[in-house]
Design a protein around this ligand. Structure first.
Ligand code: FE2
Length: 195
């Protein structure tokens, strides 16, 4: 059973207003409910004997499992890495980013382009295979993630993340996100993977 995390809107969150935040939280809770529902089915009677890659109930469970669980995880990472009081990265963090993207500004430019190009998520990810940071683009929760990589910074680019507040002005949403990154959280995540 996966318990939901209770995220609260605070004055540190400037990228989205309270109404947009609350609507998004309700959506996140939907993913929590769904993964728990799917897990329960998988533990009981998922009709394994009829498993088939074209169409089967078991296949639907498996598709739903990764979609819902990634939906939960990516939303939690996103809500955790917005707001906060540390609005700029520490110099060592800037240096690490510079190692992989030539300069901090070039990383920003690339992350913004990745966000604009994404239908689902833009993620600064530590790819453990090539031992480097990458800005990766996910078109859906279960589409585009790199196996054996760790999400360091996550931006939700689904329209539901900004449309209530920004309508079709996604560029403004991205720009305000870039100014509202919780660098303390990002640096903690980097520390876990000794980047
Ligand atoms: Fe979302």
């Amino acid at each position: 059973m996966i318990e939901k995390i209770s995220f609260r809107y605070t004055e540190d969150i400037t990228v989205i207003n309270a109404q947009q935040f609350e609507a998004h939280i309700r959506l996140y809770e939907g993913y929590i409910n769904n993964i728990n529902k799917i897990d329960k089915i998988l533990m009981n009677d998922p009709k394994r004997e009829d498993a088939n890659s074209t169409f089967s109930f078991y296949r639907e469970c498996k598709r739903g499992e990764t979609f819902a669980l990634n939906g939960v995880i990516l939303h939690e990472l996103y809500f955790e890495n917005i707001g906060g009081r540390t609005k700029v990265p520490n110099p060592p963090t800037t240096e690490i980013i510079k190692t992989y993207f030539q300069s901090f500004e070039k990383w920003q430019e690339d992350f913004i382009a990745t966000a604009k190009a994404s239908r689902g998520w833009a993620v600064l990810s530590f790819d453990q295979r090539s031992n480097r940071l990458r800005n990766i683009s996910l078109d859906a929760h279960d589409l585009g993630n790199i196996a054996y990589s760790a999400a360091i910074l996550v931006l939700d680019m689904y329209e539901h993340a900004y449309f209530l507040q920004y309508a079709d002005n996604k560029v403004e949403y991205i720009n305000r996100f870039m100014k509202n990154i919780n660098w303390e959280v990002v640096e903690d995540r980097m520390g876990i993977f000794e980047i």
